[in-house]
Write a protein that binds this ligand. Sequence first.
Ligand SMILES: C[S@@+](CC[C@H](N)C(=O)[O-])C[C@H]1O[C@@H](n2cnc3c(N)ncnc32)[C@H](O)[C@@H]1O
Length: 292
Amino acid sequence: MSAAPAARAFDVPPARAAEFAFEHRDHVAIAEIVYADSGILLPDGKMQLVYGRLAKRLRIRGLTRFSEYVALLGTDPAERIEAIDALTTNHTKFFREDHHFDHFRDTVWPGLTRRLETGGRVRMWSAACSSGEEPYTLAMTMLGRDKANATRLGRQDCQILATDLSPTILDQARAGTYPASVSQGVPADLRNLWLVRRGDLVEVHPACKALVAYRPLNLLRDWPMKQMFDVIFCRNVMIYFDEPTKATLQARLADQLAPGGHLYIGHSERLSPSVAPRFESIGRTMYRKLGA
Ligand SMILES: C[S@@+](CC[C@H](N)C(=O)[O-])C[C@H]1O[C@@H](n2cnc3c(N)ncnc32)[C@H](O)[C@@H]1O
């Protein structure tokens, strides 16, 4: 990783109106900590956002100034986790960028199904899974329109690893409970089978949950996984990283992908020039690793 970007002109919340004193140097200090721990960039233009998202933490900790909070971050690792949790953007939804799931269903899943039927193993990874909609969408796509698939897949050696930096968001993902309104994004036939209505909420069907294993993982740190993956979804997280961090992460994702395996990235993300030659581009933000 390169050093955090240098401070530039900025937009400060008006000092008199603000509940907590927040100086530019506080923002720079927070940005450096967040960058070092997560790779997420917080340029000066994000100063208002940082204030808004961390004000609650200052209230909880009984502080009056951001400079006190910066000092606390230096001595309290648990508070650093809280701060990064508050500053990450967790926006996601079921069937987000649905062309990825169409491609997976039509082109990738049939071959993986054949492997499973002959006793083989299939491993998929939703890297930076947020509150679980992405891995559950993958699970619903695999299960398809036949309820009997749940029993069959449940007996086969098939698993989706779903990881995220944020422990809070992983708790939400494991619960698999969402406002009923979000299920509108799920095709009706799959919704009827794999989302269970509970008043104003929907809960993901146990057969979907059983396919997904949630683990905390910082993409910038060591990865404990020994196995190779057949499919990796790593979407809408690299947008928060700088170019060297993206290139390093993408090279590691390529190392972790089996030859012929598939990588799906977010709609505004691109493969770095150093990594792109390891893949064949097979559609919009979809790649197949060479060497099968
Ligand atoms: C915008 S969400 C993307 C969710 C999903 N992949 C999608 O495309 O809908 C970004 C997620 O990346 C996670 N994240 C940010 N930095 C990370 C890091 N260094 N390691 C692992 N996860 C990270 C955040 O906690 C957040 O849940």
